[in-house]
Write a new protein. Structure first.
Length: 344
């Protein structure tokens, strides 16, 4: 068992998203099994049976809950079809007819969108259109063409929105830097990926407490607007994460550009040399970069790693074997190490 029954029950009562995919709970009185964040009324502790996987719950003759849908990835919903359609038609002004054509209930999709992304669907599509406008302006389009393609009838409205989101006036779009951000579903919950057109800059679990400040630091370092969208590095890491979580431990080939000091870069590169299924202590990592006295500094660099899983800071543990901390939560760290040890 990855966590004690009492720890699992606490996570169930609190609907703790850090335990998504870490365990499933079977309810003896109803015969159904749920994910930790299920909104249904909570059972008594003695009526719970905890499993490491949905397959184990099914083998124990439990049926999947119809409310939390434990056989789906966390975060999966009609939203994915909606996001795919936004990417195909970023310039579209959405109406009820567009939702109906996808077979999606408009009010449900808008409510789920706000809950998952922290912004309304209208805000998301507006930012997506402005990112597309910036791309077209950088490609030589005229301001009026970019304005009309973005769906703005008013030139002043377009200029004001563009300057507010992108940071410069449309006429100076060639001076503007933009990064794409997208939300990726994994068995352990939603991850946020941020990348420029060439490399991945950030990959974190979306419920990480420090994520908002981390994104703000990235925005400050790059002086770039971070706007919803997809690009080659994000599509690449999404495919590689699918392999990883399926137990196919191929080397990650997506180009990375984590921003940090030369010392942090040394530590992060040393982390990438730890094979799946193995762990290192902080002192061993310090020795690997020829800085044996810098154990505390190594620990700080490990904690500030901006690219989770791919730069495997979860493979660093205490000298006594203690898991120590992990930004995504110790439950996820245990799961990742167990997952890799099985594959190895």
């Amino acid at each position: 068992m990855l966590a004690s029954p009492r720890e699992c029950y606490r996570a169930l009562l609190e609907r703790d998203p850090a335990y998504e995919g870490v365990f499933f709970v079977g309810v003896k009185t109803t015969g159904v099994f749920c994910r930790p964040t299920c909104p249904a009324r909570k059972p008594r502790f003695e009526n719970c049976e905890f499993f490491e996987s949905a397959a184990q719950a099914l083998e124990a003759a439990y049926r999947p809950c119809l409310r939390c849908r434990p056989l789906d990835l966390p975060g999966e919903s009609p939203l994915q079809a909606l996001l795919d359609e936004v990417e195909r038609h970023p310039e579209r002004r959405w109406t009820a007819e567009h939702f109906r054509a996808l077979g999606i209930d408009e009010s449900t999709a808008r409510r789920q969108f706000k809950k998952r992304f922290g912004m309304t669907f209208v805000e998301y599509t507006r930012m997506r259109r402005l990112r597309e406008a910036a791309r077209k302006l950088n490609g030589g389009a005229t301001v009026i063409d970019a304005q009309l393609d973005a769906g703005y009838e008013s030139g002043s409205g377009f200029r004001e929105a563009f300057a507010r989101v992108i940071g410069v006036a449309p006429a100076r779009a060639e001076d503007a830097a933009t990064l794409a951000v997208d939300w990726l579903d994994t068995p352990l919950g939603t991850m946020i990926a941020i990348a420029d057109d060439h490399a991945l800059l950030l990959l974190e679990f979306a419920d990480r407490p420090e994520l908002e400040r981390e994104v703000e630091r990235l925005r400050g370092k790059t002086r770039a607007a971070i706007l919803p969208g997809r690009n080659a590095p994000i599509e690449s890491i999404e495919a590689e994460l699918a392999d990883y979580f399926a137990g196919r431990f191929k080397p990650f080939m997506t180009p990375l550009r984590p921003l940090g000091t030369s010392f942090q870069q040394q530590v992060w590169e040393a982390l990438r040399q730890i094979p799946p299924g193995e762990t290192r202590s902080y002192s061993e990592v310090a020795a690997a970069i020829d800085r044996p006295a810098a154990v505390r500094a190594v620990a700080r660099a490990n904690a500030t790693n901006p690219i989770a899983v791919v730069v495997p800071c979860h493979r660093v543990i205490g000298k006594d074997g203690d898991l120590t901390g992990y930004g995504g939560g110790l439950a996820r760290k245990r799961w990742l190490l167990r997952h890799e040890s099985k594959g190895a």
